[in-house]
Design a protein around this ligand. Structure first.
Ligand SMILES: Nc1ncnc2c1ncn2[C@@H]1O[C@H](COP(=O)(O)OP(=O)(O)OP(=O)(O)O)[C@@H](O)[C@H]1O
Ligand SMILES: [Mg+2]
Length: 247
C-alpha cells in the first residue's frame, strides 16, 4: 500500500490560480512518474474537471458526499499519464444534497491508492473552503503579486498552520503583468512563508485552459509550463525529505 501525500491548494482571494496550479501540478507530477489524483473540492463553483478535459462524469464527489457512491467510484482516469480526477457536479440539485463536512474523511481514503492527492479548494476561510483545505495534510498557497492578495493568502496560511497542516510554501502566480508587481524576494519577506515557485503571466496558460488541456501538456516549452514543472520537482523533493524525517 503506497503512503500518499494529501496536499491542499489554497488562497485568500479568488481567481489567483488554484485550479490552474492543481491541474498543472497533477499532470507535472504524473510526468515525473507519480500516481496522482486531483480532487475538485470547490463544491459550488467546480471547474477543475473542465480544465483537465473531463466532461459529463456520471459519478461525482457530490454523489459521494450525499452517501450515494463510494469515493473509488468517483475516480476517473484522464488523458494524462498517471493522472486521475475526482470531478464535481455543477448543478445545484447535486450541490444541496452533498454534505461538505464529509470531505476530509472522504478524501483521506484516496491516500491508500495514490502517491499524491491534490485538492482544489475554494478561496478564503468560509466553511466550504475550510472543509476542503482541512482535507489535506499539507498545503500549497497560491497568490498573485499584489499586496492585498499576499496578506489574504498569508491569513489562510496562518489559520491552516494553527489547524495542524504543514504549509509547504507559496506559489507567486501571474508574475510580470504589471510594473507594480511585488517582486518574489519582497513577497517572501512579507509572507514569512517559503517561496516555492514564480509562475509568470503567460497567455499560453489561459489558451490551454480554454482548450481543456493543462499548459504543461498543451505547450510544454512555454514559460508557464516550465515553471509548473519546476514546482512539481520541488514539491517531490520536499515531500521526499519530509517523508525521510518522519520515517
Ligand atoms: N500564470 C498565468 N498566466 C496567465 N493566465 C493565468 C495564469 N494562471 C492562471 N491564469 C488564468 O486565470 C484565470 C483564473 O485561474 P484559476 O481558475 O486557476 O483561479 P482560481 O484560484 O482557481 O479561481 P477561483 O478562486 O475562482 O476558484 C484562468 O482563466 C486561468 O487560465
Ligand atoms: Mg478554482
Amino acid at each position: 500500500m503506497s503512503r500518499g501525500r494529501i496536499i491542499s491548494v489554497a488562497s485568500g482571494k479568488g481567481g489567483t490560480g488554484k485550479t490552474t496550479t492543481t491541474a498543472n501540478l497533477s499532470v507535472a507530477l504524473g510526468k515525473l512518474g507519480y500516481k496522482v489524483c486531483a480532487v475538485d473540492a470547490d463544491l459550488t463553483m467546480a471547474n477543475l474537471s473542465l480544465v483537465m478535459g473531463i466532461d459529463d462524469a456520471p459519478v461525482t464527489i457530490h454523489d459521494v458526499l450525499a452517501g450515494k457512491n463510494t469515493i473509488d467510484e468517483a475516480v476517473y482516469a484522464t488523458a494524462y499519464e498517471n493522472v486521475h480526477v475526482v470531478p464535481a457536479a455543477v448543478d445545484w440539485e447535486h450541490v444541496i444534497r452533498a454534505d461538505p463536512r464529509k470531505l476530509p474523511d472522504t478524501i483521506k481514503e484516496l491516500k491508500k491508492s495514490f502517491d499524491y492527492v491534490l485538492i482544489d479548494s475554494p478561496a478564503g476561510l468560509q466553511m466550504d473552503a475550510m472543509n476542503a483545505m482541512l482535507s489535506g495534510e499539507e498545503v500549497i498557497l497560491v497568490t498573485n503579486p499584489e499586496i492585498s492578495c499576499l496578506t489574504d493568502t498569508m491569513k489562510v496560511g496562518i489559520v491552516l498552520r494553527k489547524a495542524g497542516l504543514a504549509v509547504l510554501g507559496f506559489v507567486l502566480n501571474r508574475y510580470g503583468l504589471s510594473e507594480n508587481d511585488i517582486p518574489p524576494d519582497v513577497a517572501e519577506e512579507v509572507m514569512e512563508i517559503r517561496l516555492l515557485a514564480v509562475i509568470p503571466e503567460d497567455p499560453h496558460v489561459r489558451e490551454a485552459t480554454l482548450e481543456g488541456v493543462p499548459v504543461v501538456a498543451y505547450k510544454p516549452d512555454s514559460p508557464g509550463a516550465k515553471a509548473f514543472m519546476e514546482l512539481a520537482e520541488k514539491i517531490s523533493r520536499i515531500a521526499g525529505l519530509k517523508a525521510m524525517v518522519m520515517g
